[in-house]
Design a protein around this ligand. Structure first.
Ligand code: FES
Length: 162
């Protein structure tokens, strides 16, 4: 009897191991890469859209980002960013969340700084910390321009001049 139960248990474990478990744990080991998401067309903003052709200015906008997770189906999320058109086809795309505790930062045109209202964090136009508790510069998105459209890719941290 004891031997029989052990055999059945071993057989179930073998079947689960061979067929049941891999599909369950595979997503955790799957390499996920952020898909490119369009932020907007450069130079031809539609009504209510940010003008990404403005050079040397910080432009607040949002885009729909597809979030991928190992165990969940892809989800779309509205994401706030600040875009700076640096000229010569170069851009900075800053995440709009403070690197201290994630509060939304705002751009102050008169001081040329990003300001976080939660604990007084201040970042300059390059995203570097100039005051307050944030431990690192604003996070950034990879970006590319394709067919006149600015796309955002993966979000990454910048090591700091902070
Ligand atoms: S969350 Fe921005 S300074 Fe604390």
């Amino acid at each position: 009897m004891r031997w029989g139960l052990g055999s059945v248990t071993a057989a179930i474990a073998a079947v689960l191991g061979a067929f049941g478990l891999p599909p369950i744990i595979a997503p955790a080991f799957r390499h996920t890469k952020s898909p490119w998401s369009p932020i907007g067309k450069i130079g031809a903003p539609e009504a209510g859209q940010a003008d990404l052709a403005l050079q040397g200015q910080v432009v607040a906008t949002t885009f729909t980002r597809t979030l991928t997770d190992a165990f969940m189906p892809p989800q779309a999320q509205q994401t706030a960013v600040f875009v700076v058109n640096l000229g010569n086809g170069q851009f900075d795309v800053f995440d709009a969340r403070c690197t201290h505790l994630g509060c939304p930062v705002s751009w102050n045109q008169s001081t040329n700084e990003f300001y976080c209202p939660c604990h007084g964090g201040v970042f300059n136009m390059q995203g570097n910390v100039v005051a307050g508790p944030p431990p690192r510069p604003l996070d950034r998105y990879e970006w590319k321009v394709q067919d006149g459209v600015l796309y955002a890719g993966g979000l990454y941290r910048v090591k700091g001049e902070s």
